[in-house]
Design a protein around this ligand. Structure first.
Ligand code: AMP
Ligand code: ZN
Length: 475
C-alpha cells in the first residue's frame, strides 16, 4: 500500500488515484532563462523516481510539466522584472531566442540524467488563449478585478486561501510590505494578467486581450495546463518547497474558484539543495549547474548523487556526495561483472534473497518513496550476491535482472561489461534468441540460421550449447 506525504494535510496518506490504475500528475517545470542547476535537477530526479515507481507498480502514469517562458517575475509580489526579458536584455538577444536555447539545454540535461521526459511539456506562451478564458471566468465569478490593464486575483474572495501554506493571514497582512503594488486591493492578491506597458518600458512578449496588450501572470499557466491536459482534479502535483507559500496557493485559488472542485488530491514538495553547507544562490556565487557536474563526472554519477537522499530531506551537495555516488556505482558494477564472470554452481540459496530484496525495496518505496532505505536494501542484496556466486547460473542471472530492474526505478541504468554496450542490448538479444529457439523447436532451421547469420553480420556471434544459445560481441 503506497503512502504519500501530502503537504496539504502534513501527513502520510494512502494513495488512491481518482481512476483505478491511472495516475494524473503535474509538476512545476523550469523557468527557461538560465541553465538547469543542481537544485532543479534534484527536484526533477525526485519526480522521476516517483513516476518510475508508480509505473513499476503497474499504474498508467500521465505526466505534464510546463516550461515557464513568460511572466515569472524576479519578485514574488509582482513588482520585479520578467526573468526572461531581463536576461534577454542582458545578453542582448531576443527573449524568444533565449527561451528556445534554454529549452534545448534543459532537454540535454534531462536526457543525460536519464530522467524520463514528461508525456507533455507545454510552454506557457502556447496557451495564452486558454489563460485569457480562465481570467474571464474568474472575473465573471467575481474572483478577479481589473486595474489599468492589469487583472488581479482577489484573494479576500477565496475561502481558505492560506490553507496549503498554513498562512496566518491576519498576521501576514499586518506586516504591510514597503513597496507593495498600490493597485492591489489585498496583501495576497496576485497578477493574472499584466499590462505590457510599464512606465516607458514595453514588454516584448505580449498578446492582445480584453484588457489591452499584456502578458500572463506566472501562476496562471500551471492551473490552465493542469486542468486542460489532466482534468479539473489532479491526483498528484509536485514542486519544490519554494512553491508552498505563494505559487501553489495561487494555483489552488485560481483553479478551485473557476471549477468549484478540488484541484489536487496529493501535494508533494521536494526539499532544497544547499551547496557546501550554504544556500545555493547566484548572487553569492554559490551555484553549480547540472551540466558542469555531468561533464565532469558523467550522468550516472550525478544521478546517483541526486537520488541517494529522501526527496523531503534537505541535501548538501559537497564532494562527499560525488565520492559516495562513485563508490556505490563501483560496488554495483563489480557485482554485475562478477555475475557475468561466474561459471555458476549447483546451489539455489539466492532465491530467497531475490524475493527479500523486492519486498524490502517495495516496503521502503511504499513509505513515501524512501530512496535511501530502498537503496540500502539493494546494497545488502549485492553483498549477498557477492558471497553466493556458487549459485546456479540461471539464479545468478535472475539476481542480476532483479538488481537492474530495481536500480532502474531510480533512473540508474547500467551497461554490460563490454564497453559502451547498453544493457538494453541484452534484453533485445534475449528476445531475438527466444524467437530463434522457438523456430528451432519447430524445426524451422531456415529461420534460425537466418537469424544467426544476420546477427553475425552486425557483430554478434551465437554459439549453440546444451544449455541453450550463448552470444558474444565480435566487433
Ligand atoms: P524555477 O526554474 O525556479 O521555476 O524552478 C524549477 C523547479 O526547481 C521548481 O520545482 C523549483 O521548486 C525547483 N527548485 C528551484 N531551486 C531549487 C533548489 N535549490 N533545490 C531544489 N529544487 C529547486
Ligand atoms: Zn507551477
Amino acid at each position: 500500500m503506497l503512502k504519500i506525504y501530502n503537504t496539504m494535510t502534513r501527513q502520510k496518506e494512502v494513495f488512491k488515484p481518482l481512476e483505478e490504475g491511472r495516475v494524473k500528475i503535474y509538476t512545476c517545470g523550469q523557468t527557461v532563462y538560465d541553465d538547469v542547476h543542481i537544485g532543479n535537477a534534484r527536484t526533477y530526479s525526485s519526480w522521476d523516481v516517483v513516476i518510475r515507481y508508480l509505473r513499476y507498480k503497474g499504474y498508467n502514469v500521465f505526466h505534464v510539466q510546463n516550461f515557464t517562458d513568460v511572466g515569472h517575475l524576479t519578485d514574488d509580489a509582482d513588482q520585479g522584472e520578467d526573468k526572461i526579458e531581463k536576461r534577454a536584455k542582458e545578453e542582448k538577444i531576443n527573449p524568444w531566442e533565449l527561451v528556445d536555447r534554454q529549452i534545448q539545454e534543459y532537454w540535454q540535461v534531462i536526457d543525460d540524467l536519464n530522467i524520463q521526459r514528461p508525456n507533455i511539456s507545454p510552454r506557457a506562451t502556447a496557451l495564452i488563449p486558454d489563460m485569457i478564458e480562465l481570467i474571464k471566468i474568474l472575473l465573471e465569478k467575481g474572483y478577479a478585478y481589473e486595474v489599468q490593464g492589469n487583472v488581479y486575483y482577489d484573494t479576500a474572495k477565496f475561502k481558505d486561501y492560506g490553507k496549503l501554506a498554513r498562512l496566518k493571514l491576519d498576521e501576514e497582512k499586518a506586516r504591510a510590505r514597503v513597496g507593495q503594488d498600490p493597485l492591489k486591493k489585498n496583501y495576497f492578491d496576485f497578477a493574472l494578467w499584466l499590462n505590457a506597458q510599464k512606465g516607458d518600458q514595453v514588454h516584448i512578449m505580449r498578446w492582445n486581450s480584453p484588457w489591452g496588450e499584456g502578458y500572463p501572470g506566472w501562476h496562471l499557466e500551471c492551473s490552465v495546463m493542469g486542468m486542460k491536459y489532466l482534468g479539473d482534479t489532479l491526483d498528484i502535483h509536485g514542486g519544490g518547497i519554494d512553491h508552498i507559500p505563494t505559487h501553489h496557493p495561487n494555483e489552488i485559488a485560481q483553479s478551485e474558484a473557476a471549477t468549484g472542485k478540488k484541484f489536487v488530491n496529493y501535494w508533494m514538495h521536494a526539499e532544497f539543495i544547499t551547496l557546501n553547507g550554504k544556500k545555493m544562490s547566484k548572487s553569492l556565487g554559490n551555484y553549480v549547474t547540472a551540466r558542469e557536474l555531468i561533464d565532469e563526472h558523467g550522468g550516472l554519477v550525478v544521478r546517483m548523487g541526486l537520488v541517494s537522499g529522501h526527496y523531503r530531506s534537505a541535501v548538501d551537495w559537497n564532494p562527499d556526495v560525488i565520492e559516495n555516488a562513485k563508490n556505490n556505482i563501483e560496488k554495483i558494477r563489480n557485482c554485475l561483472n562478477a555475475i557475468e564472470d561466474a561459471s555458476g554452481g549447483k546451489v539455489v540459496t539466492l532465491k530467497l534473497a531475490i524475493k527479500d530484496v523486492r519486498k524490502d525495496f517495495e516496503e521502503a518505496m511504499d513509505d513515501d518513496f524512501n530512496n535511501p532505505k530502498a537503496l540500502a536494501a539493494i546494497y545488502e542484496f549485492i553483498k549477498k550476491i557477492n558471497s553466493s556466486l556458487d549459485n546456479k547460473k540461471e539464479i545468478l542471472i535472475q539476481a542480476r535482472q532483479t538488481l537492474l530492474e530495481l536500480l532502474g526505478t531510480f533512473g540508474l541504468g547500467f551497461t554490460r561489461k563490454e564497453e559502451g554496450v547498453d544493457i538494453k542490448l541484452n534484453e533485445i538479444i534475449d528476445i531475438i534468441l527466444n524467437i530463434r529457439e522457438h523456430a528451432r523447436k519447430e524445426k524451422n532451421y531456415e529461420l534460425s540460421d537466418e537469424i544467426r547469420e544476420k546477427l553475425r553480420k552486425v557483430g554478434i556471434q551465437i554459439e549453440d550449447g546444451t544449455e541453450g544459445a550463448r552470444w558474444k560481441i565480435t566487433t
